[in-house]
Design a protein around this ligand. Sequence first.
Ligand SMILES: *Cc1c(COP(=O)(O)O)cnc(C)c1O
Length: 222
Amino acid sequence: MSIQKNLKSIKSKLPDNVKLVAVSKTKPNEDIIEAYNAGQRIFGENKVQELIRKYEELPKDIEWHFIGHLQTNKVKYIAPFVSMIHAVDSIKLLKFLSKEAIKNNRTIDYMLQLHIAKEDTKFGMNKQQVYDLINSDDFKNIKNVNLRGLMAMASYTDDKEQIKHEFGLIKNVFDNLKQEFFANKNDFNELSIGMSLDFELAIEYGSTMVRIGSNIFGIRNY
Ligand SMILES: *Cc1c(COP(=O)(O)O)cnc(C)c1O
């Protein structure tokens, strides 16, 4: 299958309100250009160096989303151009983002990463930590960063019921946050869930942004 055909097939499964982030990590520029020529404009990367290089080499109307764990000391390199940071997981990182956004005279959109999967990965916040962050004075006073919603990952498993259960929990946290804090903030409206293996399920649970790599570009060789 070609990248263009893969894209077409995925797009046919996405409702109009669901955006596709084409996860191009590890893939060469030619692959990205092929997707670009098929109309794709949003691409996701998870390494700062790789993202900077691709930003410099590829068309300037690409919207680059950073989907990985972002270290505070690297924020400055992507702050001038990044469109969305998917996985903010601390007030410390948020303050760095704010500082660099101000320097660049722009506002940076971001989402908070909710950790729900059973796996004990290092990244993401549990529900209580998300609430604590939002209730903090630092959060209330922060400038030039704009919270757009939540990002999360389900457990890496082929147990569909487990994945459904987790997507349900994520959607529930999102809805509660919306109601309690952001009922009047119309652009708190993004739920970034769903990858190659589970995006159709994620859509059933309210995903507005799916992050798909291997289904578009083929398996990755690291
Ligand atoms: C790599 C990656 C994806 C895409 O994974 P696929 O299974 O190839 O679709 C999505 N989200 C994040 C955070 C990733 O690191």
